[in-house]
Write a protein that binds this ligand. Structure first.
Ligand code: SAM
Length: 237
């Protein structure tokens, strides 16, 4: 048996993404996805982040906590390949891995203390609310940016031809949310990346969907390549 190592959770992510559905497949795709990394007691002395603000981006090492107990298999079907082709798990960024560890580069927006807690403010995340963080490292452009690297089956950001419109009442609701001034843009960008599962995309008829972002339940319909946002409500406590 190989040795195993115990690790501490250093902090927890507070993210607008309340369920896996609708989260982008990689970081940096939706800049309006703002998150907070709340550091745990014991890792929240001001000294632990001294110098961090000199970096624009951070690497986060995290646990895929939502799926961590669901096992893994050596072959997976990357959504980028339409779900039809299998690749080795180490040739993908799939969540179901032998060690359920994720790695995301995110933008550092600031470091603040709120109600005694040390918080690292981030944007462009691809992380579920509640994601446990195992490590934080600065992104080093000279070592980490490799412009000539080969990207395999995912050599460019995914593109779709999806369009988005809003019921006027939904837009007015969004404009009233002073705490989330970018709510409508976030919804639009999430829908433009077409979060539907692959098998649903092949269906021709109009379909209805729902998701939760921040504390809002959002409903929309999809007709061909067009999304129409029909309803938004506060999540019931
Ligand atoms: N950038 C990371 C990486 O490469 O390791 C994550 C890539 S993974 C393909 C991104 C997906 O992970 C998201 O679309 C979301 O569905 C899922 N995800 C994000 N946070 C998660 C969590 N805490 N537990 C389980 N799945 C999560």
């Amino acid at each position: 048996m190989m040795p195993s190592y115990q690790m501490q959770v250093l902090g927890t992510i507070r993210s607008p993404y309340k369920q896996k559905f609708a989260i982008p497949r990689q970081p940096g795709l939706i800049a309006e996805a703002k998150a907070e990394l709340v550091l745990e007691p014991g890792y929240d002395d001001d000294a632990i982040v001294r110098g961090i603000e000199a970096f624009s981006h951070l690497w986060l090492v995290f646990v895929f906590h939502e799926t961590a107990n669901k096992g893994w298999s050596p072959l997976v079907r990357p959504p980028r390949l339409g779900g039809n082709e299998k690749k080795g798990v180490f040739a993908t960024r799939a969540t179901f891995r032998p060690n359920p560890i994720g790695l995301s580069v995110v933008k550092l927006e600031g470091v603040v203390r709120k109600q005694g807690r040390l918080i690292i403010q981030l944007s462009g995340v691809d992380l579920l609310d509640g994601t446990p963080i195992l490590d934080i490292k600065p992104y080093l452009p000279y070592a980490d940016a490799l412009p000539n690297a080969a990207g395999g089956f995912a050599d460019a950001a995914p593109e779709t031809d999806m369009t988005v419109s809003f019921e006027p009442a939904v837009l007015q609701f969004c404009q009233r949310q002073k705490d989330q001034p970018e709510l409508a843009v976030l919804i639009e960008k999430v829908l433009k990346q077409d979060p539907r599962p692959q098998y649903k995309k092949q269906k021709a008829e109009q379909q209805s969907y729902g998701m939760t972002l921040y504390h809002f339940n959002i409903k929309w319909t999809v007709n061909g390549v067009h999304n129409h946002v029909t309803e938004i409500r506060h999540v019931k406590e």
